[in-house]
Design a protein around this ligand. Structure first.
Ligand code: NAI
Ligand code: MG
Length: 394
């Protein structure tokens, strides 16, 4: 097989630290690839009025696989202020480059595995019988629909008259009829059957391939009857092709309540964009939080792998860096799986597991310290030291 070319997009802040650390680990694991750098993030908003330049899109289009660190984004007014003076007032509008990538390449599957590593001090524990403490092993993979739902961007404050007119044809809109335009904000929740088929279908395929016993549709079909209902019906239909895998159905609110009660019972979870965002953060919190949360955005052609965390500007300038590279490294492992390099991804995950189990080298978050330059004198590892410890276990 020819050597793949990986589009490397460090982005902003700590993205510039964790991505090189992950690439170093990939190299030490024997993964042979070429890396091309691509520009993305705040710097390019300021300088060019576009945080996702066309040249980056072209590189992704050409090479199909991207590793992405993190970006900084800021609210509308701040974004406008920070645009370089010669671009101001020329109609540039900030748009999230992550959402941009997802929409441009139809990266409709967002996969977020949440697996506990034995010995991670951040693992969720709960009270068992008597005085006992239980540490359930969490192994949940969230499949979040990534391009539709409440994040589709079809929304208005003060909707134009023809929209109001159309909405008025729905009997349940009648009670909003008298609300003045400026006092009315509407965000639509759009699901398509094709997208439901794809996310649920891929979730069942994954469950079968990796031996999960259940697929849970986590929505709210008793209230949001049309969209959540479509997802649940899709689950029921597709499950018929997988008699050995159970279909479970939970409501997002109840799921968050049960999160800490029996997280070990869940396997694959499927949800729309918003609920998938919520439930994946919930499960990530049980297995170490942002320092451990990895994700894949997968389309039919292009795939981009990224940690869930952002650019953590607080730590951007710390030298040496103290942030945990594991989330980025686990995202890189998902890339290896995508490229069918599963032996190498397993080797890296095992090396992370051994490093954590041994407990000698820990990032500040694992020691439950408040981040800052002094964590190193308190025994926390630098980003580099933790990456090197993983490499040693390889
Ligand atoms: P954040 O994820 O950047 O950081 C929140 C806090 O989590 C940090 O202050 C730190 O305490 C901790 N943290 C994050 N990553 C860590 C790591 N690898 N190791 C150890 N601790 C870690 O979220 P925040 O502060 O809300 O946003 C900062 C910027 O990042 C904003 O501009 C935001 O828009 C952007 N952002 C970008 C994302 C992305 O690129 N995918 C996702 C979330 C936020
Ligand atoms: Mg989120």
């Amino acid at each position: 097989m020819s050597k793949p070319t990986i589009v490397s997009m460090p982005g902003d802040g700590i993205g510039k630290v964790v991505l090189p650390a992950a690439i170093k680990i990939l190299e030490k694991a024997g993964f042979e690839a070429d890396y091309v750098h691509a520009d993305i993030g705040w710097e390019f908003w300021e300088k060019e009025g576009n945080p996702l330049p066309d040249r980056t899109i072209d590189l992704l289009e050409k090479h199909k696989v991207g590793l992405f660190g993190a970006i900084t984004s800021k609210p509308k007014t701040e974004a406008a202020k920070e645009l370089s003076p010669e671009l101001q007032g020329k109609g540039f509008e900030y748009f999230s480059p992550i959402v941009g990538m997802r929409q441009r390449f139809q990266l409709d599957l967002c996969i977020r595995p949440c697996r506990s590593f034995k010995g991670n001090p951040l693992n969720f524990i709960r009270r068992g019988k008597g005085d006992s403490i239980e540490e359930p092993e969490v192994d949940v993979v969230i499949f979040r629909q990534n391009t539709e739902g409440l994040y589709a961007g079809v929304e208005w404050t003060d909707p134009p008259p023809h929209i109001r007119e159309a909405l008025n044809t729905h009997p349940k809109f009648k009670r909003f009829n008298d609300v003045p335009g400026a006092g009315l904000a509407i965000s639509t929740r759009i699901f398509t059957q094709a997208a439901c088929d794809r996310i649920v279908g891929e979730a069942f395929k994954y469950a079968k391939k990796f031996g999960y016993k259940s697929v849970t549709i986590c929505e709210k079909p008793n209230v949001i009857r049309e969209t959540s209902g479509m997802m649940l019906e899709t689950g029921r239909r597709i499950q018929r092709d997988y008699p050995d895998i159970q279909l479970w159905n939970t409501n997002i609110d109840a799921q968050m309540m049960w999160l800490t009660k029996n997280p070990e019972d869940y396997g694959i979870i499927v949800a729309g964009n918003m609920f998938g965002d919520i439930v994946s953060d919930g499960f990530a919190g049980l297995v170490g939080g942002l320092g451990f949360a990895c994700s894949a955005n997968i389309g039919k052609e292009v795939a981009v792998f990224e940690p869930t965390h952002g650019s953590a500007p607080k730590y951007e300038k710390l030298n040496p860096s103290i942030v945990n590279p594991v989330a980025m490294v686990l995202s890189a492992c998902m890339m290896l799986d995508h490229l069918n390099e599963t032996e190498k991804s397993k080797a890296i995950r095992d090396a992370i597991g051994k490093t954590i189990a041994e407990g000698k080298v820990q990032a500040y978050d694992m020691m439950k310290l408040t981040g800052g330059p002094d964590v190193i004198s308190q025994g926390a590892a630098t980003t580099e030291a933790l990456a090197n410890a993983i490499i040693e276990k390889l």
